[in-house]
Design a protein around this ligand. Structure first.
Ligand code: TYM
Length: 343
């Protein structure tokens, strides 16, 4: 069975974009794939994190996984730092990837801003660690939101350059399978109506953990009241909902809210518009608020229960870490042989 890997950073409040673009889509993959879902704490520290806040956020992501329906028995839920091979493979990849590749990453440019001399070296090398996360398990399917697309292209570039640079030893050691490739090419799974959830305040900005306005995002720990209020106050244009998706063109706020409705109800945008086309926001927003509360409230209740018992969450992460390591260790061992490290 093909292997799935995806990761979420424990760096602040999880929001509706993380849920609809990623976590919710992780759940059904458990039925058809071997699944690893990782809390990427090593990625989080590329920007400063208070140690206690990092611990809390790590448990929060794990709780969100479980509350969303990821079964710690069927899936491997773990935090990145428990499997040291992530760092070890990332180092090898740091020596494969070129600085120019990293400098071209839009996420790096956005985060570094004009001050790129004064960000951590880890922030520049971030995509190299991400490639290591995936390739350490030879995972081929990676469900993510649209903003991770460029990083996944870089993962393929790194895999291809490794396979090519070491082609001779890979062949000599017989580690290239039928194709001669040691690392597989990863397919991004970016699909559905919610690959890019936008801010509730501004339909041209991505919903993000770092937006200073709390009103711009729905947090997975928001209560029913806060969820309903944020949706009621979401920015919209004055027109009614269109009958077709073409009618959403040039209307980013409307497009976003229809996409959220579709994702939360497992429907498509045309199906949602078949029901609400021609209706006004006074009808649509309350329906969306009810739907959001009905999906998110049970989840946040479950998350809170889980977070009351951090020992149990830590146990899940430890167990997942051991299972992840069992897959990673032999692959990392082959990498060491390929590269020429003496054992
Ligand atoms: P992170 O922690 O920023 O986001 C976690 C997941 O949520 C998705 N996402 C969104 N989807 C739709 N709309 C939005 N507004 C939105 N905001 C975030 C992200 O696309 C992501 O899928 N680099 C990754 C973490 C990572 C990773 C990996 C992912 C590290 N290693 C290996 C996959 C495979 C990140 O920063 O995600």
């Amino acid at each position: 069975t093909p292997r799935v890997f995806s990761g979420i950073q424990p760096s602040g409040d999880l929001h509706l974009g993380n849920y609809l673009g990623a976590i919710r889509r992780f759940v059904p993959l458990q039925d058809t794939h071997e699944t690893l879902y990782c809390v990427v704490d090593m990625h989080a520290i590329t920007v400063w994190q208070e140690p206690e806040a990092l611990r809390r956020a790590t448990r929060e992501v794990a709780a969100a996984f479980i509350a969303a329906g990821i079964d710690p028995k069927r899936s491997i839920i773990f935090n990145q730092s428990q499997v040291a091979e992530h760092a070890e493979l990332a180092w090898v990849f740091n020596c494969i990837a070129r600085i120019g590749w990293m400098n071209r990453m839009t996420q790096f440019k956005d985060k570094a801003g004009k001050n790129s001399e004064n960000v951590s070296l880890g922030l520049l090398a971030y995509p190299s660690l991400m490639a290591a996360d995936i390739l350490l398990y030879k995972a081929t399917q990676v469900p993510v939101g649209d903003d991770q697309k460029q990083h996944l292209e870089l993962t393929r570039d790194i895999a291809a350059k490794f396979n090519n640079d070491y082609a001779q030893t890979i062949k000599a050691l017989g580690l290239g399978g039928d194709t001669g490739e040691f690392f597989p090419m990863t397919d991004p799974l970016i699909a559905g109506p919610a690959t890019r959830i936008m801010s509730l305040r501004d339909g041209t900005k991505k919903m993000s953990k770092s937006d200073p306005s709390d009103q711009s995002r729905i947090s997975l720990l928001d209560d029913a009241d806060a969820i309903a209020k944020k949706i009621r106050r979401a920015t919209t244009d004055p027109a009614e909902l269109p009958e077709t998706v073409e009618g959403l063109a040039g209307r980013p706020e409307a497009d976003n809210l229809v996409g959220i409705y579709a994702a939360l109800s497992d429907r498509s945008k045309p199906e949602v518009l078949a029901e609400f086309g021609g209706k006004g926001w006074g009808v649509f927003k309350p329906a969306l608020a009810d739907l959001a509360v009905s999906v998110l409230s049970p989840m946040s209740t479950r998350m809170r229960e889980l977070l009351d018992d951090p020992e149990t969450i830590d146990g899940v992460l430890r167990d997942g870490g051991a299972r992840a390591r069992a897959i990673a260790a032999p692959i990392m061992d082959e990498v060491r042989r390929i590269v020429g490290f003496v054992r």
